[in-house]
Design a protein around this ligand. Structure first.
Ligand code: AMP
Ligand code: TRP
Length: 336
């Protein structure tokens, strides 16, 4: 077996603003993995964003905002490679090669596609359907071994393993590594504040259902105050939350923000009513998010600096990606 360098890759789409779900499920954990045993690569996946319509000016803005969110949260461009996907052409090229490895039957099982396409599957872009093959390319282009993501991306990382296995098997090589999803912590699936059975997402009818990383302190407090709950106080143990999705979500968010486990939060707030817990949660969220959002605003005031950081990151990324793509093409049998 080939020994692969422990390398982390993950990405976030520049479509709409960043939410607390992105922060707790992804960005905060990207920061934690930085400077540990891994080489870390973080990407603003703009090629993925255009699988649904993006206004060009808004796409540029959102790309810089996601980059600003990474930087403000503590991604250090000296320690991590931070770039936007479209500046590294090898992503699109390997994405095509993997479209020829992945099977239609595999794609048809992707629940995110089914959710997003809904009943209008005939009208969505071909790119939305092929998206998981591009995601596999993002990861395998760097021979990444670990991919920190939220729970919703688990199936896509598993598909990445299937693509790597089939490629290795078809061409009788040991070229692409086995990728491990890293889905850890209390907030791998942050739910909608108005409906605890739905994921918190960037799109969605009402802004009240999500916390945006750029929300003001007042708005954060208001959103938590109005968050849907039930009349019961918090139970003594986590088991008592199993049938209370909204209550569980708020406890998990508290845990994610405070760096505790949900069990520890329950132990501290056992028997507390919402009148006590919600203001404590709002204060904690403001304490953690306000410095990040003001840093984001500072970066957004200097777009040239963001663009420089992304360009430098893309150059570092190309230096890893290009030789791997070249070897892939060699294995496939292209004359180069
Ligand atoms: P996206 O915004 O869809 O590009 O997602 C980027 C990353 O954030 C992925 O790793 C997602 O799994 C994660 N993420 C998005 N929404 C949530 C959420 N509500 N809870 C936890 N993680 C999330
Ligand atoms: N598909 C991911 C999402 O919607 C974003 C993404 C694209 C990604 N490429 C990736 C995540 C590679 C991890 C690794 O959230």
């Amino acid at each position: 077996m080939t020994q692969f360098t422990p390398r982390v890759f993950s990405g976030i789409k520049p479509s709409g603003g960043l939410t607390l779900g992105n922060y707790l499920g992804a960005i905060k954990r990207f920061v934690d993995m930085q400077g540990t045993d891994f080489e870390t690569m973080y990407c603003v996946v703009d090629l993925h964003a255009i699988t649904v319509w993006q206004d060009p000016a808004e796409l540029r803005d959102a790309t810089r905002e996601v980059a600003a969110g990474f930087l403000a949260s503590g991604i250090d461009p000296e320690k991590s490679t931070l770039f936007n996907q479209s500046q590294v052409p090898a992503h699109a090229e390997l994405g095509w090669l993997f479209s020829c490895v992945a099977r239609v039957g595999w794609m048809n099982r992707m629940t995110q596609f089914k959710d997003k396409a809904g009943s209008g599957a005939e009208k969505v872009s071909l790119g939305l359907y092929a998206y998981p093959a591009l995601m596999a390319a993002d990861i395998l282009l760097y021979h990444a071994t670990h991919v920190p993501v939220g729970e919703d991306q688990k199936q896509h990382v598993e598909l990445t393993r299937d693509i790597a296995n089939k490629f290795n098997h078809d061409f009788k090589v040991d070229f692409f590594p086995e990728t491990n999803p890293v889905i850890e912590g209390p907030a791998t699936r942050v739910m909608n504040l108005r409906d605890g059975t739905k994921k918190m997402s960037k799109s969605g009818e009402s802004d009240m259902e999500r916390i945006n990383m750029t929300d003001t302190a007042d708005l954060i407090a208001k959103k938590f105050k109005k968050a849907k709950t039930d009349p019961e106080p918090l139970p003594e143990t986590l088991d008592g939350l199993s049938t209370r999705p909204e209550a569980k979500n708020l406890v998990d968010i508290y845990a994610g923000l405070s760096g505790q486990t949900s069990e520890q939060v329950i132990a501290e707030y056992a028997g507390a009513g919402w009148g006590r817990f919600k203001p404590a949660l709002a204060d904690l969220a403001v304490e953690k998010l306000a410095p990040i959002s003001s840093e984001m605003a500072r970066y957004m005031d200097d777009k040239a600096e963001i663009d420089r950081i992304l360009a430098r990151g893309a150059e570092k990324a190309r230096a890893i990606a290009d030789p791997i793509l070249k070897q892939t093409k060699e294995i496939i049998g292209f004359v180069q």
